[in-house]
Design a binder for this molecule. Structure first.
Ligand code: 13P
Length: 332
């Protein structure tokens, strides 16, 4: 099976009323963990990465290798997605590398700090949609601002909740396939200061927005749960993660019933990897080759991702895509 687009993955998810995890990977070892989890659970999967955030020296070298790796998993439906494209050029580069989906995050200006106006967001998003759709590639836009730092960097963004009226206007003006809606979540390892309730995690906004944009799929960013046992394991082996609460697993499962189709998870996968890697290094003081600790990390990450695939409902859903043809450019 060839790589599929985000539109294909999420249309099928809407038909089956399940969510598809979009798992952030910052190197090829992690990508293998996610792809192996998809194969083990027979899941459609979204593998995503952020420009400039990988362990590799160049985006292009990494992205082309990622495309090559994903194509080897031709028994499962795989979307390769650029997460949080900051500029039109980031999106064009990912499309040139062979990605089948891009996010243009027009909610912030290119300095990634200043909030963009609605019209500025529409303008850059519309430009990316025209370019991507002409090449058979899907597009995710963002409305409102999700908090935290998506790539682990120092820039921490203030949350601005998505507005249902704006969502309707934004989708009509841009034609995005998927829309990231800010409902109170944050990226990264520091989210809520106590278990979240409906006043901070605005699940009610999901159904309200979904009803206004029926042809567009909603995306939840900052969906990691930040498992306490992983934090303790990391901190027991030299880490210093602060106590924090993420999105509970049952809320993620519930979100798919309210209209969320793409569930972004980076931190939980990375915590699973780092907890195993730190334990391995602590227990093997003579270790000098990175491969054994990377292997321990990869296996822990694969297990975490496979577990989440069951929570999101995508496990066992690959059959919906069997027989789908590779997307062709419009007019081709
Ligand atoms: P977490 O930081 O909660 O894992 O979210 C990742 C994300 O939303 C990437 O866009």
């Amino acid at each position: 099976m060839p790589l599929i687009t985000l539109r294909q993955a999420l249309d099928a998810a809407a038909a089956g009323a399940y969510g598809v995890g979009a798992f952030n990977v910052t190197d090829l070892v992690q990508a293998e963990a996610v792809l192996d989890a998809a194969r083990t659970t027979d899941s459609p999967v979204i593998v995503q990465t952020i420009a400039g955030a990988s362990a590799h020296g160049s985006d292009e070298a990494y992205w082309e290798a990622l495309v090559h790796l994903a194509r080897r998993y031709d028994d499962i439906p795989v979307v390769l997605h650029l997460d949080h494209g900051a500029t039109f050029d980031d999106c064009a580069r990912a499309i040139a590398a062979g990605f089948t989906s891009v996010m243009i995050d027009g909610s912030l200006l290119e300095d990634r700090v200043t909030h963009a106006s609605f019209d500025e967001n529409v303008a850059v998003t519309r430009r990316v949609v025209e370019y991507a759709h002409a090449r058979g590639v899907s597009v995710e836009g963002e409305l409102g601002t999700i908090g935290g730092s998506e790539d682990g960097g120092a820039t921490v963004k203030e949350i601005v909740l998505a507005d249902p009226d704006d969502a309707e206007r934004f989708v009509a003006a841009t034609g995005v396939d998927a829309l990231a809606v800010a409902i109170g979540t944050s990226h990264g390892a520091y989210k809520f200061t106590s278990p979240p309730d409906g006043s901070v995690l605005r699940m009610d906004l999901i159904a309200e927005i979904a009803a206004r944009v029926p042809g567009t799929h909603l995306v939840m960013h900052g969906s990691s749960s930040l498992p306490a046992d992983l934090r303790e394991e990391i901190n027991a082996h030299g880490g210093a993660l602060p106590e924090s609460w993420g999105v509970p697993e049952d809320e993620k499962a519930r979100s798919t019933k309210l209209g969320i189709r793409k569930i972004n998870q980076g931190m939980d996968s990375h915590m699973a990897y780092i907890a195993a890697a730190r334990r391995f290094l602590a227990e093997n003081g003579m270790a000098a080759d990175p491969a054994p600790f990377e292997r321990a990390g990869r296996q822990a990450m694969e297990q975490m991702v496979a577990d989440r695939m069951h929570v999101f409902g995508q496990a066992g859903q690959a059959y919906r895509h069997r027989g789908v043809r590779e997307p062709v450019a419009a007019g081709a």
